[in-house]
Design a protein around this ligand. Structure first.
Ligand code: GAR
Length: 209
């Protein structure tokens, strides 16, 4: 039987849950979240931004919003498994040092090992650009177009040991239009993600644990 998903406590406007956002790229989802937190009283607050990519464009939002950032690239190692675990241990340490209560993946393009997932289970959440269980993995839009799908969307889900297999929290559909390319579809889905994720996080953080 799998373990229950439990947040450490219920967040509130007065005492929001401290979150870290993990990114790998441009960070448009991070920006949407930071704008939401700035303009709405809510049950979560971003206290740390982490990227595995030192050149991630989204890291600049740390300075814009006065939030600490940590760029943590993969450490040198000849052994791939060891390298991933060393990397995640660095991330884990900084999460603990910053008293992070919830880890929010927003365009973080690495698959986390069970070693990390089990430490954060129930406190580790992701947004994926498809209607899971359809099109898991790193190429959701390419796969949806190749499949001739007419509808795709995005999914907010808890992260478990599998690839995009954790418990689904919320989904929203997005139509696929005639002449869509990966880029056009990605932009349309991102607009929906930017509305959905901050609100779903708010509900998730305010729930009784
Ligand atoms: C978002 O569409 C997010 O759903 C996706 O990456 C994009 C990040 O964009 N995540 C995944 O594909 C995870 N497998 P951003 O860097 O502009 O926020």
């Amino acid at each position: 039987m799998s373990e229950p998903y439990i947040l450490p406590r219920k967040g509130s406007i007065q005492d929001p849950l401290r979150i870290a956002v993990l990114i790998s790229g441009g960070g448009s989802g991070l920006l949407a979240l930071l704008n939401y937190q700035q303009s709405n009283p809510c049950a979560h607050i971003t206290k740390l931004i982490i990227s595995d990519n030192v050149n991630a464009g989204g890291l600049r939002y740390g300075e814009d919003f006065s939030i600490p950032v940590a760029a943590i690239p993969l450490p040198e190692s000849k052994n791939n498994v060891e390298q991933r675990i060393m990397h995640e241990n660095l991330i884990h340490d900084i999460l603990l040092n910053s008293n992070i209560e919830l880890v929010v993946l927003s365009g973080y393009m690495r698959i986390l090992t069970p070693n990390f997932v089990c430490k954060w289970k129930g406190r580790l959440i992701n947004i994926h650009p498809s209607l899971l269980p359809k099109y898991p993995g790193a190429h959701a839009h390419r796969d949806a177009l190749a499949d001739g799908a007419k509808i795709t969307g995005c999914t907010v889900h808890l992260v478990d040991e599998g690839v995009d297999t954790g418990k689904i929290i919320s989904q929203q559909e997005v139509p696929i239009l005639e002449g869509d390319t990966i880029e056009k579809l990605q932009e349309r889905v991102k607009k929906v993600e930017h509305q959905l994720y901050p609100k779903v996080l708010d509900i998730f953080c305010s729930q009784d644990s």
